[in-house]
Design a protein around this ligand. Structure first.
Ligand SMILES: *Cc1c(COP(=O)(O)O)cnc(C)c1O
Length: 470
């Protein structure tokens, strides 16, 4: 007999969701029994699952059995205490519950009217976080600026680039797109390059300035000045400077105050990408790393990296929200409503690429409330201390060297090649990386310096910490 689909049955939800929570809790309990880096071969899953969707419903039990037997082997366990690769993607019970509530309410908060609480909580929580980071008042919602939650740092830099682009084009004319120049360093995240591609910036106008070990891979204001002068002399228009606090390969910190001066003198938009390291700046002793943010036009940090907020939650602040809205707003009839028309509310659809948006502020709010600032600071300090201890071990071992000074919780190190041969050294380190990761006991990642040397990186202490603190 054909089963009729019923609306959401609260009792069935209660029972199923309890079972799912049990499943996830058991997963966390046994997480160390899995190889942390999935060891499956490409295409493994197609052999295990049927060719098409079932005609008739299956039971949750059957699905969960498949998750256990077929899905988990293909999972790399980001939340395992043995996961040290890339950057942290911390979860927490607080963040998890916020996600759950967001999924449960399942609102689509594109305009204020579609769920006033979603817009208003996002404004409040981003003001809280801005104050915690001691960002300048210009980034608060009470002035002409404000904060918005984007999915990722990549989306943040894209919307910033579009806002800056259109601000300039409205002044110099749309036909001058081919004159706009973007500046960053060779350590800047590839998200900026992607934003340039999407934003129509001419590839030959993307300046990727060289860095080297003498400045610990930070962008040189002198070099920037030089290149800008050359560009201006050939009739080009410098419009966007992207600096990074905590670069992806070595957590380099670009010298913000000096860069801000250059950006200001040339009337450019100054964006700071602190996707990973921004979280550390809630501790007063690390806050100096973003000194200079006072002069920035926009600032971004990923709460989903090192701030216990389950993926995804990237906080972006901007000083001139009008620039963002001008680049991204549309006003179709079906979205018109009194509150929006009267300009009394924020409509976050005009601050982002998609129309629809999730109630992501809930999880950030829960993290801030259920931990409290002091615990969050302690959490950051603990990770940095763990990294320092690991760095000490590396320093004490004559077979290894620390490649760049450790600033936050990322340690860059490598095996020394016995006869100082670069190629041999690279092979040695690649072999070590593959050997370590193939054991499934821990997962670490690598990068290559501008000198062509591979080094290994250890980060992501979050899951160890979570085991101790919550
Ligand atoms: C992680 C990271 C990014 C990219 O983050 P997404 O949120 O995945 O787009 C960009 N910049 C820096 C400095 C990062 O650490």
């Amino acid at each position: 007999m054909e089963e009729r689909l019923k609306p959401m049955d609260a009792e069935q939800l209660r029972e199923s969701a309890h079972r799912m929570v049990d499943f996830i809790a058991d997963y966390y309990k046994s997480i160390e029994s899995f190889p942390v880096l999935s060891q499956v071969e490409p295409g493994y899953l197609r052999k295990l699952l049927p060719d098409s969707a079932p005609d008739h419903p299956e039971s949750l039990q059957q699905v969960l059995e498949d998750v256990q037997a077929k899905i988990l082997p293909g999972v790399t366990h980001w939340q395992s205490p043995n996961y040290f690769a890339y950057y942290p993607s911390n979860s927490s019970i607080a963040g998890f519950m916020g996600e759950m509530l967001s999924a449960g309410l399942n609102i689509v908060g594109f305009s204020w009217i579609t769920s006033p609480a979603a817009t208003e909580l996002e404004i409040i929580v981003l003001d809280w976080l801005a104050k915690l980071l001691n960002l300048p008042d210009d980034f608060l919602s009470t002035g002409p600026g404000g904060g918005v939650i984007q999915g990722t740092a990549s989306e943040a830099v894209l919307v910033v680039l579009l806002a800056a682009r259109d601000k300039f084009l409205s002044r110099i004319g749309k036909s001058s797109l081919d004159k706009l120049v973007v500046y960053s360093s060779d350590q800047t995240h590839s998200a900026l390059q992607k934003a340039c591609q999407i934003g129509g910036i001419y590839p030959e106008n993307c300046r990727v300035l060289k860095t080297d070990a003498s400045t610990n891979y930070a962008l040189s204001p002198d070099l920037l000045n030089e290149v800008i002068s050359q560009d201006i002399s050939t009739g080009l228009v410098p419009f966007l400077l992207c600096a990074t606090v905590g670069t992806t390969s070595s957590t380099a910190v670009d010298p913000l105050p000096a860069l801000a001066t250059v950006a200001k003198r040339n009337g450019m938009w100054f964006h700071i990408d602190a996707a990973y390291a921004g979280s550390a700046c809630i501790c007063p002793e690390y806050r100096p790393y973003i000194d200079g943010v006072e002069e920035a036009d926009s600032f971004n940090m990923n709460a989903h990296k090192w701030f216990l907020t389950n993926f995804d939650c990237s906080a972006l602040w901007i000083k001139d929200r009008k620039a963002l809205i001008q680049a991204l707003s549309t006003n179709p009839e079906f979205l018109k409503n009194k509150a929006s028309q009267a300009n009394m509310v924020v409509d976050y659809r005009d601050w982002q690429i998609p129309l629809g948006r999730r109630f992501r502020s809930l999880k950030l709010w829960m993290v801030l409330r259920l931990y409290g600032v002091q615990n969050l600071q302690q959490y950051i300090r603990n990770h940095i201390e763990l990294a320092r201890q690991f760095e000490d071990l590396v320093i004490q071992d004559p077979r290894f060297e620390v490649v760049t000074p450790r600033i936050f919780s990322l340690v860059c190190f490598r095996l020394l090649s016995p006869d100082n041969d670069g190629d041999k050294g690279n092979k040695l380190n690649r072999d070590l990386l593959d050997t370590v990761n193939s054991t499934g006991k821990i997962f670490i990642s690598h990068t290559v310096s501008s000198l062509g040397y591979i080094h290994l990186t250890l980060c992501s202490w979050g899951s160890i910490d979570r085991r101790e603190t919550c």
